[in-house]
Design a protein around this ligand. Structure first.
Ligand SMILES: Nc1ncnc2c1ncn2[C@@H]1O[C@H](COP(=O)(O)OP(=O)(O)OP(=O)(O)O)[C@@H](O)[C@H]1O
Length: 293
């Protein structure tokens, strides 16, 4: 699909299929087009070109049915501050047409998922940032959707809250819910996603399990060479000529797939200051040309 905003092509020929029951991480730097993709999937935006099918429903024609079958957790907290945690969930249970007789149980279950049973009657405005985020996720699950869209679920949260949310997302997967999660945090994708689609400039530039992506694009080992700027440029040049990807990290140059170095290059570069295992972060930096937060 393609989505343009004036001169900006936010999604530029994206082709993505999400198998049932997995957590697919849509990984990419800011501005790669992840949120736009989410908005297209929820029919909040219309594609300029292309076809979108969600759980067998074609968009935009069948967007109501598609929306009813999926749970959406937006990046921006849009909880109603004046309502309690329970009331926020009740409103959504109603909107998602959970049958009247099942609503109390659905809300109770969602409160348990959010670990907010004892704060159920607290006004949302008085909950902590982490509690609100858990509530936001639970709200998207209140009707037991088969597909959940999570847009940057832990952006801006402290590490402890992030860990709590990761457990929540991991539990979804173990229940067989299909999850599409956008993130620009490598660790988040590595921990939660069965597969990652790496997005850059509106396209998927690589896709696979984290292990496969690392093996394909960064090899097994990375050699880090430290030195003055001229030395770093020289290392980059030599590695590039040998067809090996490199990345700069402040005072060092990392040569990826170092195990593939020809002996002549090994001699020219000399011993690395640090040799380490290749990571998904290396793949991210090499394929998107961006640095990592
Ligand atoms: N409503 C809009 N009007 C104009 N440009 C937009 C609009 N929405 C997105 N864009 C542009 O489209 C591109 C992709 O944005 P998008 O928000 O989808 O990226 P992203 O990968 O989700 O990044 P982020 O994590 O920062 O939200 C950016 O260049 C952005 O400025």
């Amino acid at each position: 699909m393609v989505k343009r905003y004036g001169d900006v092509t936010a999604v530029d020929g994206l082709d993505l299929e999400v198998p049932h029951g997995i957590c697919l991480g849509l990984l990419g730097p800011n501005g790669a087009g992840k949120s736009t993709t989410m908005r297209l999937l929820t029919a909040q935006s219309r594609a300029d070109k292309g076809e979108i099918t969600v759980l067998g429903h074609s968009l935009p024609g069948a967007s109501k049915r598609a929306r009813a079958a999926m749970g959406v957790v937006p990046q921006q907290d849009n909880l109603d501050e004046e309502l309690t945690a329970r009331q926020n969930l009740e409103v959504f249970a109603h909107l998602y047409r959970v049958p009247k007789d099942d609503r109390a149980a659905a809300v109770g279950r969602a409160l348990a998922v959010a670990q907010l049973v004892d704060r159920a009657d607290t006004k949302t405005g008085n909950l902590s940032g982490g509690m609100r985020r858990r509530l936001l996720i639970a709200r998207g699950l209140v009707h037991r959707p088969r597909l959940v869209l999570l847009d940057e679920p832990t952006v801006g949260l402290d590490p402890q809250v992030r860990q709590e949310l990761w457990s929540l997302v991991a539990a979804l997967r173990s229940e067989g819910v299909t999850t599409l999660m956008s993130t620009h945090y490598i660790e988040e994708a590595e921990r939660l996603a069965d597969e990652c689609a790496l997005m850059s400039h509106g396209k998927v530039v690589a896709r696979g399990t984290p292990a496969d992506l690392i093996a394909e694009h960064a090899g097994t080992h990375v050699d880090e060479h430290y030195g003055p700027p001229e030395r770093l440029s020289e290392v980059e040049e030599l590695a590039k000529n040998a067809g090996l990807p490199t990345r700069r990290t402040g005072p060092s140059v990392s040569v990826l797939a170092a195990e593939r170095q020809p002996e002549s290059l090994r001699q020219e570069l000399g011993p690395a200051n640090v040799r380490r295992a290749a990571s998904l972060e290396d793949v991210f930096v090499v394929l998107t040309g961006e640095s990592v937060e």
